[in-house]
Design a protein around this ligand. Structure first.
Ligand SMILES: Nc1nc2c(c(=O)[nH]1)N[C@H]1C(S)=C(S)[C@@H](COP(=O)(O)OP(=O)(O)OC[C@H]3O[C@@H](n4cnc5c(=O)[nH]c(N)nc54)[C@H](O)[C@@H]3O)O[C@H]1N2
Ligand SMILES: Nc1nc2c(c(=O)[nH]1)N[C@H]1C(S)=C(S)[C@@H](COP(=O)(O)OP(=O)(O)OC[C@H]3O[C@@H](n4cnc5c(=O)[nH]c(N)nc54)[C@H](O)[C@@H]3O)O[C@H]1N2
Ligand SMILES: [Mo]
Length: 822
């Protein structure tokens, strides 16, 4: 395998290599390298090597701690850093190991530049920093005078997960700049559905158990994720648990790397996981295997719903509501939900009941009522083994086996990843799976629940960072307006938002490659053409940089100090030292934001040092309680932050108002407003499910466009980062499409053929890879290639840019296409 991967590649040998890699999963679990690499004695006379502390800061969720080796002012290699108090988190992967190639990449932006050719043509001239800043701020001031500050829209991507240069979505320095200016903020709207389902049912905050709890599970179910690719540094915990005797189950639409490691692989049709979960719940109830005590004591299953869909509350029994002060200091009405106490034979506030009834509750105070448990039974009734099997493709025996496993075979821990999230029905599928976990009682105890990685420090004290007063005591005016990505093109092209005039003229983006990464690329390109003035701040000449009017070169992570805050692979805050001087004329983002603020006349708002800003960020309740300051992080360059316990919701105490897990909401709210029509009935109950928009096999659109594309995340890149690292192309050289061999035979497609995938939105041409791990009519195309790397078109041109009615989430995988062999 290694030989195949490192020798000269023809296109054909690459394809074979790629297929083999996919099936057997080379590159899995890249292990710590420090021990082997650090022992070499320096050669006599050779320049001394200095080691600086660094971190991988792309949003792959891992955030590995790196030692950055510098010789003669040059980064010469990277190895895994060492945590004295957590060596199980000492990790590095090929991305971390190839960082030096990114530092010295020929794709780096070297100077500020001004567009001279047509938009998108990539023709620029070199300008000075002074020219760049004054050109930008002169334009911005003109727009503000004429159209107001909301005519300037900011977008922050996930490229740099450190606080000064990129940061948490809310609290970064860029967010401060736009708050000071009162500008608009465009939201990326991704990765929302599944996490939102957790908040919806379990309450806000971290929902998962931690790595230290992984060994306590008897079974691990990875549901919709290939962790060997997308959660590399957590995967070894699974493999160690499996070797120690736990069962590894993978529920996926294709046989990918983790399926190859699993004891049991359950293939499911795309976007039907919600249906599968409902079928499993029905079978559990059929066998009376549900966790009755857990449901009664720790969920809202016994809560009563009236015929009008509202909760039966104490006020219905004539008890006046009281008030309390909530965590935000606001007054809140308290009108507790009522349950039927079987022991007392009366209706009481849920917290007072000795034994709440789960069904057969008499009429109370003139109201016919139903428990949520009864509603669950009704909702799953249609999901018979036959029907579930027909929709999901999972056999009746396997559905029964899942029901047995989740209730009769000990502790089950579930890893719900973004395989469910990236469809239009992602919110519903995720809630149905949550329902299964609750009905099975697999939450709130060791070895159960969700495993979502380590908790992180979070976004820091966002409000304090945004509210820092200026030297003259002024407070930033706040975000001028929020624009959802899906609405952005309409707003820009129509000059209206929600039917009111809303001119947007200027766009500023940092840490993102939106042209490649947002859905429906042709629309993104139209958008980029419709905007009057575009500033892009990045490290590379990626697809988005090509559209800039002014390009600002940000320096590489190793060229400036920063604090790594957001990650799931380890529980640490990481201090990144400056290892080398910024190359060319690139600057730290922190400095660029300050220059822009000064140019706008807002310099007074940016008179803090990096340390002052970071200490503000660290001043969360947890930070204060534990005396966390930037100096403390710098003592060892890493600081462990156990912000959450090893077992989430331990003892079945949830973070909801009732402290019970919720299945039902009487007044759900969509999480965005684009003037869309909403049928709120769908949003109320966790057992509501509907098929995906295009990925559903039964959709009539499939007659014209029979295949779906799962544009999965790539092993050798984080989104589009590392596109400029040739070592990585030895493993994933160019865009390919994995297709089931029988489908290929029907279309006369052979391994390595050029094929065109198309629908009404756009098309892409790439190479076919025959792979028996693919279901019929279901394609996998690793995404993250730039347009120029495709034979023709771009994978991102095939996806759609609409949202679910209540959840602002891009549906990357919900995409039907037809295939043409070229
Ligand atoms: N190497 C690398 N790691 C990354 C990233 C990266 O770009 N590169 N990106 C990071 C980010 S921001 C994110 S959001 C995560 C994404 O994390 P994941 O969601 O784990 O990543 P994907 O590779 O997109 O994998 C989706 C998996 O779900 C499966 N799947 C697709 N549709 C369905 C379905 O309907 N049902 C089920 N059961 N399975 C389905 C696919 O076959 C695939 O195995 O990864 C993070 N980690
Ligand atoms: N088809 C398809 N599209 C997808 C997905 C999918 O599964 N399929 N997944 C989506 C998901 S889940 C996500 S999270 C998004 C991610 O989308 P993006 O957030 O756009 O991700 P990246 O491609 O990593 O782009 C980050 C950019 O930041 C730049 N950068 C890195 N460090 C710095 C820095 O310190 N300063 C500055 N100024 N720039 C820096 C990098 O050069 C890079 O151009 O992609 C989404 N797009
Ligand atoms: Mo993501």
């Amino acid at each position: 395998m290694a030989e195949q991967a490192t020798h000269g590649f023809t296109r054909r040998s690459f394809i074979k290599g790629a297929a083999a890699l996919t099936a057997t999963g080379a590159l899995v679990g890249c292990s710590p390298q420090t021990q082997n690499l650090e022992k070499a004695e320096p050669q006599k006379g050779a320049p001394e090597t200095q080691i600086f502390s660094g971190a991988c800061r792309s949003q792959c969720g891992q955030g590995c701690y790196l030692d950055v080796h510098v010789r003669d002012g040059q980064v010469v290699r990277t190895t895994a850093g060492h945590f004295e108090d957590g060596p199980e988190f000492d990790r590095i992967c090929p991305k971390g190991l190839s960082q030096p190639a990114r530092v010295y990449s020929s794709e780096r932006l070297q100077y500020p530049m001004r567009r001279v050719g047509e938009r998108g043509a990539g023709e620029f001239e070199r300008i000075t920093w002074d020219e760049a800043i004054s050109e930008i701020t002169d334009k911005w001031k003109q727009y503000i005078d004429e159209f107001g500050p909301t005519s300037i829209a900011f977008f922050l991507g996930s490229g740099n997960t450190a606080e000064l240069g990129g940061g948490a979505p809310e609290g970064s320095v860029m967010a401060r700049l736009l708050n000071v200016m009162g500008a608009s903020r465009v939201l990326p709207d991704r990765d929302i559905a599944t996490p939102m389902s957790w908040t919806y049912m379990f309450g806000p905050g971290s929902a998962g158990n931690r790595a230290s709890d992984v060994p306590n599970a008897d079974h691990h179910v990875i549901w919709g994720g290939d962790t060997a690719v997308s959660d590399k540094q957590r995967t070894h915990f699974y493999l160690e648990a499996r070797d120690a005797g736990s069962e590894l189950v993978v529920i996926d639409i294709a046989y990918r790397t983790m399926a190859s490691k699993a004891d049991w692989f359950v293939p499911v049709h795309p976007a039907t996981d919600g249906a599968l979960a409902l079928g499993v719940v029905r079978e559990i109830l059929e066998q009376s295997w549900e966790a009755t005590d857990f449901l009664r004591d720790h969920t809202e299953a016994p809560f009563l719903i009236k015929e009008d869909g509202m909760f039966l509350r104490m006020s219905d029994l004539g008890v006046e509501p009281t008030t309390t002060t909530n965590a935000q200091g606001q007054e809140e009405k308290v009108d507790p939900c009522v349950v039927w106490d079987e022991e007392a034979g009366e209706a009481v506030a849920h917290s007072e009941a000795k034994k709440p009834a789960m069904g057969d509750v008499p009429e109370i105070a003139g109201h016919a009522v139903k428990t949520e448990m009864e509603m669950i039974r009704e909702a799953v009734a249609p999901w018979t083994l036959e029907h579930t099997s027909e929709v999901t493709g999972v056999s009746a025996d396997d559905i029964k086996h899942l029901a047995h496993l989740y209730t009769q075979e000990g502790n089950v821990q579930t890893d719900m990843k973004f395989g469910l999230n990236h469809y239009n029905n992602g919110i519903y599928s995720s809630k149905c799976v949550n329902t299964l976990l609750l009905v099975a009682g697999q939450m709130g105890k060791p070895g159960s629940g969700l495993y979502t990685g380590e908790p992180n420090f979070g976004e820091g004290n966002v409000q304090a960072c945004l509210q820092l007063p200026s030297t003259t005591g002024e407070v930033p005016q706040g975000v001028g307006a929020i624009i959802n990505w899906s609405d952005f093109f309409n707003v820009v092209s129509s000059g209206q938002k929600l039917g009111e005039p809303f001119p947007v003229k200027a766009f500023y983006a940092s840490c993102t490659n939106i042209v490649s990464n947002q859905t429906e690329q042709n629309e993104t390109i139209e958008l980029m053409k419709a905007l009057e003035f575009i500033v892009i701040q990045d490290m590379t000449m990626n697809d988005t940089s090509l559209y800039a009017d002014i390009l600002l070169p940000a320096c590489h992570w190793f060229e400036t100090e920063d604090l790594r805050v957001r990650y799931y692979g380890n529980p640490y805050l990481l201090w990144n030292q400056k290892a080398i001087e910024p190359l060319y004329e690139s600057k730290p983002d922190f400095e660029i934001y300050k220059l822009l603020a000064e140019g706008m006349g807002y310099g007074d708002f940016f008179q803090f040092t990096a340390d002052e800003y970071l200490n503000t960020c660290l001043s969360t309740p947890f930070g204060k309680e534990n005396g966390i300051t930037i100096d403390k992080v710098r003592e060892k360059n890493y600081l462990r932050c156990d912000t959450e316990p090893a077992v989430a919701f331990e003892g079945g105490i949830f973070k909801t108002a009732s402290k019970r897990a919720m299945f039902y909401r009487e007044a759900p709210k969509p999480d965005y407003n684009m003037g869309q029509e909403v049928d709120l009935e769908k949003e109320k109950f966790s057992c509501y499910w509907e098929p995906a928009r295009e990925a559903d096999l039964g959709n009539p659109i499939r007659e014209q466009f029979p295949f779906t594309i799962c544009c999965e995340h790539m092993r050798t890149r984080t989104h589009t980062q590392w596109y400029d690292v040739d070592y990585m192309k030895e493993f994933e050289a160019q865009p390919v499409c994995r297709i089931n061999p029988e489908d290929a035979a029907e279309l006369g497609i052979e391994e390595g053929d050029e094929i065109r995938l198309y629908n009404d939105r756009g098309s892409v041409t790439l190479l076919a890879v025959l792979n028996a791990g693919q279901q019929r009519k279901s394609l996998h195309c690793p995404r993250s290639f730039l347009t120029r790397e495709h034979i023709d078109g771009d994978l991102a041109r095939t996806t759609f840019n609409d949202y679910n009615q209540a959840c602002r989430n891009q549906s990357y995988f919900d995409c039907a296409v037809a295939i043409e062999k070229l």
